[in-house]
Design a protein around this ligand. Structure first.
Ligand SMILES: Cc1cc2nc3c(=O)[nH]c(=O)nc-3n(C[C@H](O)[C@H](O)[C@H](O)COP(=O)(O)O)c2cc1C
Length: 369
């Protein structure tokens, strides 16, 4: 099948790679823990065949849920995926403190070349204190991390363009530094930014191409988009685009979907001791974890708070409503991932594609009238 977005004006759909195993609940008899390269390779190849447009490879050097469990390395996996796939966009997350900007920009340009112009970075600010501290890397205060990230992305952006870069900031100094090859396929790889706090919003408004919003109800997402659309953009830059993270539970009927959501919530409750043990690791200023307290949900980054829980028709309608509000890319989670991803491709994608085609036809009719 083809994706809703490969023809017509519909949204794009992506999947979260399973870099640290299951997304909703770790103790699921239907989805044993598996964060292996072998699984992720098969998953992403299948997603591409099913018509998904994008894959997000989160970056965690150490598994953030359970430091003992396997964690797939984002940048090596992204490079390998780039070589194996042919159409899907590959987005790798990056935490500035872990890489010097010149090294990271060089890696990004490498994957841009391998993928033939399908690579993007997702700039994130870090929240898992021991991931940095136990490696001897200071975990600065929330807003200081954003100030560091702002300098970092300024350098990376210039290098990604292949510009001869001179930079003298508080953290970085580059003297006449230039990377080659650059610009083989387009001006530079895309820059996504994930993070919801005020400094995250300021950063994406003047340094990013797409803002990744944590899953939450439509009215909240509309308010966030309105806030970002009010902000100034650098001269000559395209308008900011918006992506939404969401966990999908879709079934024939709303009742069946609600029952499945309840089943996943019960399974997720089994992980409560693990979550409690991890709590001290989380930066309390990370806004993502503050909004996570608002309602019961499964999945990370808002998960089912985006309310993509319901019948195939209901989920398709909510996707259309988010798309009308400005969401261009839906970055989706499922559990068990492979089976539910196929279900979404079989039942929801065609409904959204149908709606997109109808809206295009209506616009063409209106233009003719
Ligand atoms: C779509 C999305 C993807 C994210 N991916 C990662 C990731 O790969 N690694 C990580 O440590 N944090 C990730 N984060 C979390 C950000 O690091 C988090 O939003 C930040 O630490 C808290 O910033 P805030 O207070 O601005 O929300 C992601 C956030 C979003 C919205």
């Amino acid at each position: 099948m083809t994706s809703a977005s490969s023809h017509g004006p519909g949204p794009r759909f992506g999947i979260w790679a399973l870099v640290h195993g299951s997304r909703a609940a770790l103790q699921d008899p239907d989805e044993p823990y598996d964060a292996s390269w072998r699984r992720n390779r098969a998953l992403v190849l299948e997603a591409e065949r099913l018509g998904f447009d994008s894959v997000l490879v989160a970056q965690h050097t150490v598994n953030p849920h359970d430091g003992e469990s396997a964690q797939l390395e984002a940048w090596t996996a992204a490079a390998a995926l780039a070589a194996l796939t042919s159409r899907i966009e590959i987005i790798a997350a990056i935490k500035p403190y872990l890489y010097h900007p010149a090294v990271l920009a060089k890696m990004a340009l490498g994957i841009e070349e391998i993928s033939g112009g399908r690579f993007a970075i997702n700039l994130v600010n870090a929240w898992n204190r021991p991931e940095l501290e136990r490696a001897g890397i200071p975990f600065a205060e929330h807003d200081a991390r954003y100030a560091y990230g702002r300098e970092w992305i300024e350098v990376v952006e210039s290098l990604l363009r292949g510009e001869r870069t001179r930079f003298a900031g508080e953290h970085f100094k580059l003297d006449d530094y230039r990377l080659s090859p650059a610009g083989l396929h387009r001006a530079r790889p895309r820059i996504y930014v994930g993070g919801e706090s005020e400094p995250a919003r300021a950063l994406v408004a003047d340094r990013g191409d797409t803002w990744f919003i944590n899953g939450q109800p439509l009215a909240d997402v509309q308010a966030l988009i309105a806030d970002l659309r009010r902000r100034e953009r650098p001269a000559g830059w395209a308008p900011l685009q918006f992506g939404l993270s969401a966990f999908v539970v879709a079934r024939e009927t709303d009742e069946e979907a609600r029952a499945e959501h309840a089943r996943l919530l019960a399974l997720a409750a089994l992980d409560a001791p693990l979550r409690a043990a991890n709590k001290p690791n989380i930066d309390p200023k990370a806004v993502m974890f503050q909004t996570a307290q608002k309602s019961p949900r499964v999945g990370s980054n808002g998960g089912t708070a985006a309310e993509l829980v319901g019948s195939y028709d209901s989920v398709a309608r909510r996707i259309e409503a988010f798309h009308a509000a400005g969401i261009e890319l839906f970055m989706l989670q499922f559990q068990p991932f492979e089976a539910e991803m196929r279900r979404f491709a079989d039942h929801v994608l065609p409904r959204v594609a149908g709606a997109a085609a109808r809206s295009l036809a209506a616009r063409a009719d209106a233009a003719r009238a």
